[in-house]
Ligand binder design. Sequence first.
Ligand SMILES: *[C@@H]1O[C@H](CO)[C@@H](O)[C@H](O)[C@H]1NC(C)=O
Length: 366
Amino acid sequence: MRIYLRLPLASILALLNLFCYSNVESIAGVNKYLFASATFPTLIVAVGEAPFNNGFFNWLFDIIFPERCSGSWIDFSAEGFNNALKERVYGQPLIGLSNAVQQHWSNNQPAKALLLSMHGPPGTGKNYVSGILIRHLFIKDSKSKFYHLFSGTVHFPHKNQVQTYKDQIQAWVRGNVSICPKSVFVFDEVDKMPATLLDALKPFVDSYQHIDRVDYRRAIFIFLSNSGSDMISRYMLAQKKLGKDRSEVYSKLDDKLPLYLYDESNGPLRKSDLLKHHLVSRFIPFLPLERLHVTECIKDYLKLHYPDWLYGPDFIERVLNKLVFVPEREKFFSSTGCKRVADKVQLQMSIDEMSDKDKRRRRNEL
Ligand SMILES: *[C@@H]1O[C@H](CO)[C@@H](O)[C@H](O)[C@H]1NC(C)=O
């Protein structure tokens, strides 16, 4: 639970507990000793969080303060979001993303719903960035009732049931936006969805004031997909050889990516009405990651999981050598971005451990 929600409650409990030491006999009709023994453990959890699994406290808190569709539960600070991106995302310029969200979220009557389409090779951070965005939109993060995640392979696996899926999506979006206009719908693995499925969203991202009295214009839709990655990678490689920097490449892709998706790609967007009718508010390319970005991911992983471990500089080098870098000759970009980092760190650690044991054994034999 967020600290600023926890603290006020803890302070109230603490004050009431303090009363127990005064001359009063009862608090809110309850004997003061009984009151103190009942509220003190809750106070400890509220302040410390550590002594108990805070699941209980969250549950209690949810009952006392249920999530509502209002400003205290739904918010966005472009500054906070930008700082999080700067600290935790490597090599992705993402110019204009926070502005787009900020403008949309603060506008009471936007012209249409915001539709962000994120494209890029695996492991470049699409899911990661969308997760950071959700954390900055909803106090309850991904547990918010107003956040909905659909995955192409999990929710819509069968090509022959497109019509059923379409009806389902429409019912869900309609139902949820009626409850809260500031709902967010993320569609992951869009490239693995049946081609025409996305057309189900067309009425909701178009500029109608309302449909059957439901106004969809304040909602946010986010697509995550790998389509276009081949083009992004090719373009990035060519520009890198010319010595162009990443933000320059990013800005150029702003125009190139939609044209490519529309003309040449085989992805579902090409056939979708959303693209034909220019309903995507923004295409967000994710660029292939270079050695120095992957290095940062490895460091982050180590810091998170082995905070006290002092590794030598060659450890990171050895992990990097376990990853595949393309193209064959120049080896500029990690073929899996930062995706395989955890596996490779683990692998390298067990290799090191084995060779350490081996050395020790040989030393003992000598
Ligand atoms: C809201 O969306 C979820 C899927 O995330 C769905 O299960 C639920 O039925 C929807 N709610 C309404 C009221 O339609």
